[in-house]
Structure formats: structure tokens, C-alpha cells
Design a protein. Structure first.
Length: 480
């Protein structure tokens, strides 16, 4: 796949549908995990705080029933059950001096001297950091009737372990979900754009071969906007096919009806000219009649060529063509004409430049441009044919030093039978440029004109390069 094709991928609807679907899916999953994480965290925090509050009220009841001795007895009995041995218990006097302290062995990392410096406050937890930055000891306080303070605390290690496991599981799951989102988005885009692809294939086949106008896009029968678009497209194809067929039939009929009398006229004139007994005036009239019939026949042939090229039915015998040889052939054809008029005719072209086309038709197009350039360039002027590569295309230009084309005439020079003010004094039918444009367009190329009145005109033809020329150009770049 070429770099140009890769650059087009992000601009396609399929890529954007996949991107947005995958992005929305992944974003939704991320929000779901984020919500679940904060909900789990809030639930665990509330559970821990409720356990601290429950333990405080339990110990308060024991203290009121049997004093400190009963609390100590309860602690000794709870040591036999490891799972219940998870609270820090501290009793301090009204000066916040420790009277009783029970500290499980796993909490020796906390500096409990800080508790003596922090005044106890009911309904507010005290937080002590341990050696591990993510583990905190949370201590709740309760005032006893005797003036002492009862404090119960537990660390957040268990809570952090649960949250850490949740994040590990979420991290493992998120990547398959991301892949699932991309595959799902791609599948959704593929199925949603299937009718569009059928439409594109039909348009492409018709573009390359107008004889395929009878093709129709298959109706998906989905009842949505795509089905409506395809039905309208098929209806448009039907109308275009009917219109082109009608135009072709009409053109064929006109051409056939005109060719017959013109051929008869030409035959009569030729027969009359062969009789030497005719007066000189009759011979001149018949000669003029013959010349006019030839002009009419030529006009009809050119009109037919233009119509066939514009409608895509003009047959081309495509083959690789050396641009240098093509220009040399036209140069040889018009060299004598240019010399007789006192005009310099030159050519510049690299040797390894090839295009794919019909050599006869391309020679006809170039000959028309050179003929016009010589026709409108005054004696002593110069006509130059030049070929080069521009943006992976062959650019073939025909430049003259003639009077140029007026700005008001530039938009209309491609119209059939249109002739500007400067060209009315010259012999011609006004079909040359129309034929040139039709031929170049039929070859998949383009033609542009740059002209300044009084300073000359440049016609430039752009044609696709052959693979050989592209490869040769790439090798030249690497070598340089």
C-alpha cells in the first residue's frame, strides 16, 4: 500500500466510524471502571469507619460495666481469635497522657507518640501515616463519663490491598476490551458502509467504462436513508442511460443523414471535374463545392470525435508512449510550416518519460495546440514544446510568443465553435481546443491554459505517468 493511500485512511468514513465507536466504547468502559473503583473505595471507607465506631461503643459499654479491667480481659480473650485482633486501643486521661495502650504487633511502624500531641475530638478521625506512604492508621475518639478518652484505630492496609487488586484486574481486562472495541467498531463500520461500497464500485465501473451504465446497485432493503440514496442513484443512472442513448441515437441519425447527401455531392463534383469540356467557371464552382463538402465532412467527424470522447465511448488503443518521440513526431510535422512563417519551433523533453495513451489521439491533440500556436504567432516569434514531471504526472506544455488570449475569452475557449475576436480572421472551425480537451480528459488527464494578452499563451497537458517512469524517477531520487 502506497504512502498516499495510507494518508487517505484517516479521512475515510469507515475509519472515523471505527474511531468514534471504539473511542466511545473505551471511554464508557473507563468511566464504568472509574465509577466502580470510587464506589468500592467509598464502600470500604464507610465499612472501616463503621467498624471503628462499633468498636468504640462496644468498649465504652465494657468500661462502664467493669472499668479498665474488663477491657483488658476482653482484649486477652480476643487475642485467641486472630481475625478479631485488628484494632489499636488506647485510653488517655484528660491531659491526653496514655493510661492504657494495646498495640497489635503489625502496627509498630506507626509513631503513636503523635497521638499524645493531637487533642482527641469526637466524631473526627485522626490519621497517622506509616512507613508505607499508602497505608494510614485511622483513629476514632470517644469521651468516657470519667473524663478519660477512649481511642480505637485500624489501618487501611486491607482496604488498599482490595483497591490494588481491583486496579490490577481492571488493567488486565481493559486491553481485551480495547481490542474488542476496535474490532466491534470495525465490524460495525464495515456492515454499515456495505451499501456505500457497492455504490462506489458501481460508480467506479461506470466511470472507467460508460458502457456499464446498465449496471445498478443492489438494493439492501434496509428501509433507511442508505436504501433511499441507492434507489435515487439507480433512478439517476436510468435517466442518464436514457439520455445518453437518446443523444447517441440522435447524433448517429444526424451524422448518417448528412453523410449521404455530402457523399453524393462530392461524387457529383468529382465526376464533373473529370469532364474537360465544362466551362472554367463551372469547374471553379464544382471545385469550391467539393472543398466545402470536405470541410463539412471534416466538421462532422470532429464533432463526432468530441461527442464520443466526452461521453466516454471513444475507443482508445492504449499503450506506453515515449513523450520524447511523441513531441519529435509533431515537431517534424510542423517544422517546415514554422520555417516558412519565420517562427522558431523547439522541443525540450527528458528521454525516459513515458505515459499510457493512444498515440494517434495524443498526436492529434498536440498537433492542434502546435498548429494554433504557429497560426497566431507572428513572424520572428517562437513556439516551444516542453515536457517534465510535476507531482507524479507528465506535464507537456506548448508555449508561444503570440498576442495571447483576452481575459474575457479564456473561460469560453473550450466551447464548441467558439472563436475569439483575434481568431476570427484566421481560418478554422472553432473545434480544435474542444477536441483537445475531450481527448485529454478521455485519457484521464487535464489541460490548463495561462495567457496574458500581448505576451503569449501556454497550454499545459497533465497525463498520468506509467509505472516505468515512476520507478525510474524513484531510482533517480535515491541516486541523488
Amino acid at each position: 500500500m502506497s504512502l498516499k493511500s495510507l494518508r487517505k485512511i484517516p479521512k475515510t468514513i469507515g475509519f472515523r466510524l471505527t474511531f468514534w465507536y471504539s473511542g466511545l466504547f473505551v471511554f464508557s468502559v473507563f468511566l464504568l471502571f472509574l465509577f466502580a473503583y470510587f464506589y468500592l473505595q467509598t464502600t470500604l471507607v464507610r465499612r472501616d469507619h463503621e467498624e471503628i465506631a462499633t468498636k468504640l461503643h462496644e468498649l465504652e459499654t465494657l468500661y462502664q460495666s467493669g472499668g479498665l479491667e474488663l477491657i483488658e480481659r476482653n482484649i486477652r480473650s480476643s487475642q485467641k481469635i486472630p481475625k478479631k485482633n485488628k484494632f489499636l486501643i488506647r485510653i488517655a486521661d484528660w491531659h491526653n497522657h496514655t493510661v492504657f495502650l494495646y498495640l497489635p504487633y503489625q502496627w509498630i511502624e506507626f509513631n503513636l507518640r503523635k497521638l499524645a500531641k493531637i487533642p482527641p475530638t469526637p466524631h473526627k478521625l485522626i490519621h497517622l501515616s506509616g512507613s508505607s506512604s499508602d497505608v494510614v492508621l485511622e483513629v476514632g475518639s470517644l469521651a468516657l463519663p470519667t473524663g478519660f478518652w477512649l481511642q480505637v484505630g485500624q489501618d487501611t492496609r486491607e482496604r488498599q490491598q482490595i483497591l490494588r487488586k481491583f486496579k490490577d484486574v481492571a488493567t488486565i481486562i481493559i486491553f481485551p476490551l480495547l481490542l474488542l472495541g476496535i474490532l466491534g467498531g470495525n465490524l460495525l463500520a464495515y456492515r454499515a458502509l456495505r451499501p456505500i461500497r457497492h455504490l462506489i464500485e458501481s460508480v467506479r465501473s461506470i466511470t472507467h467504462d460508460t458502457s456499464a451504465l446498465e449496471q445498478r446497485v443492489a438494493n439492501p432493503k434496509t428501509g433507511d436513508e442508505l436504501e433511499e440514496l441507492i434507489l435515487l442513484f439507480n433512478e439517476m443512472l436510468q435517466k442518464i442511460e436514457t439520455l445518453i442513448k437518446g443523444m447517441k441515437d440522435s447524433l448517429d441519425n444526424v451524422a448518417h443523414d448528412l453523410r449521404t447527401p455530402i457523399t453524393r455531392l462530392r461524387g457529383t463534383a468529382e465526376l464533373a471535374l473529370q469532364k474537360e469540356t465544362l466551362p472554367e467557371e463551372c469547374q471553379n464552382a464544382l471545385a469550391e463545392c467539393l472543398e466545402e463538402s470536405l470541410e463539412i465532412q471534416k466538421l462532422l467527424n470532429i464533432l463526432l470525435d468530441i461527442s464520443e470522447a466526452e461521453t466516454g465511448v471513444l475507443r482508445l488503443h492504449l499503450e506506453p508512449i515515449s513523450v520524447s518521440q511523441l513531441l519529435q513526431k509533431v515537431l517534424d510535422l510542423y517544422k517546415i510550416v514554422a520555417e516558412e512563417k519565420g517562427i522558431s519551433l523547439e522541443m525540450r523533453c527528458p528521454p525516459a518519460l513515458y505515459v499510457t495513451g493512444d498515440p494517434v489521439r495524443l498526436s492529434q491533440a498536440l498537433a492542434n495546440l502546435v498548429d494554433n500556436a504557429i497560426k497566431f504567432t507572428p513572424s520572428g516569434g517562437k513556439v516551444t514544446m516542453e515536457a517534465k514531471v510535476e507531482q507524479d504526472k507528465a506535464a507537456i506544455s506548448v508555449k508561444d510568443t503570440g498576442p495571447g488570449i483576452q481575459e474575457k475569452d479564456l473561460p469560453r475557449i473550450w466551447e464548441r465553435l467558439y472563436r475569439g475576436d483575434e481568431s476570427r480572421s484566421q481560418k478554422g472551425m472553432g473545434l480544435g481546443l474542444s477536441l483537445v480537451k475531450a481527448i485529454i480528459t478521455r485519457h484521464g488527464g487535464d489541460i490548463v491554459v495561462n495567457s496574458v494578452s500581448g505576451r503569449g499563451t501556454v497550454f499545459t497537458i497533465f497525463l498520468p505517468l506509467t509505472e516505468f517512469s515512476k520507478a525510474n524517477r524513484s531510482n533517480t531520487r535515491r541516486a541523488s
